[in-house]
Design a protein around this ligand. Structure first.
Ligand SMILES: N[C@@H](CCC(=O)N[C@@H](CS)C(=O)NCC(=O)O)C(=O)O
Length: 212
């Protein structure tokens, strides 16, 4: 059976869990924290990060590698577009959502919530700077990419929508609302996707917010 190692509160763990749930794949979660990771975790995740996945003797770290493996092993329903152009764009959005978007979203969770778990006080100056300087260009790019679409690629739900929605949920877990006035497309898009059964079940299991 597939085991995802990492706390479900992590946006990257959430990404892998949504993929598994969307595909109806049986799995279990070994809810470890990476701050610091248990010694045994370094054997399956050399960088000490979460998530890592094991499937029998196979170990794969990193949410993108894990989602790619899941897609190859269980192609239906697809979460990566089949059309080559859309596939390439999906990989781009996934990479952007994992590496650029967190500077504007998950960074708020880290600096407001995770620091307390590490027995440190949040730094309000850092938080203000994220909201005033870092968020606008990142959100402006996404706002234009979304436009009036429901799905970023074609007319189906894909890894691009999963990776992006995961990061905004993390921002909301820090107590920050979606940017309705400044970025209405983002707000409409994220609100739509986070109400899918896969996301909703995970959100309602976490201690930060509840969805009807
Ligand atoms: N590119 C990695 C990023 C994973 C990641 O940064 N996870 C965070 C938790 S949300 C982590 O393990 N941080 C611990 C650390 O950086 O040492 C992925 O997609 O899985």
């Amino acid at each position: 059976m597939i085991t995802i190692h990492g706390s479900p509160v992590s946006p990257f763990v959430r990404k892998t869990l949504v993929c598994l749930i969307e595909k109806g794949i049986e799995h279990e979660v070994n809810a470890i924290s990476p701050f610091p990771p248990p010694e045994s975790h370094l054997k399956i995740s050399p960088l000490g990060k979460i998530p890592a996945m094991t499937d029998g003797d196979l170990a794969i770290p990193d949410s993108s590698a894990i989602c790619g493996y899941i897609e190859k092993k269980h192609p239906e329903p697809p979460i990566y577009p089949v059309e080559p152009g859309d596939y390439g764009r999906a990989l781009w959005y996934e990479d952007w959502a994992d590496n650029e978007l967190p500077k504007a979203t998950a960074a708020l969770f880290f600096n407001r919530v995770a620091v307390r778990m590490m027995k440190r006080e949040p730094d309000e100056e850092v938080i203000k700077k994220i909201i005033s300087d870092i968020q606008p260009p990142i959100f402006d790019y996404l706002e234009k990419e979304i436009g009036d679409k429901t799905y970023l690629l074609g007319d189906s739900f894909s890894i691009a929508d999963i990776a992006i929605t995961c990061q905004f949920i993390q921002m909301m877990y820090s107590g920050e609302a979606l940017p309705e006035a400044s970025h209405p497309n983002i707000t409409r898009y994220v609100t739509h996707h986070m109400h899918r059964d896969s996301f909703k079940g995970l959100i309602n299991n976490d201690p930060f917010m509840d969805l009807d």
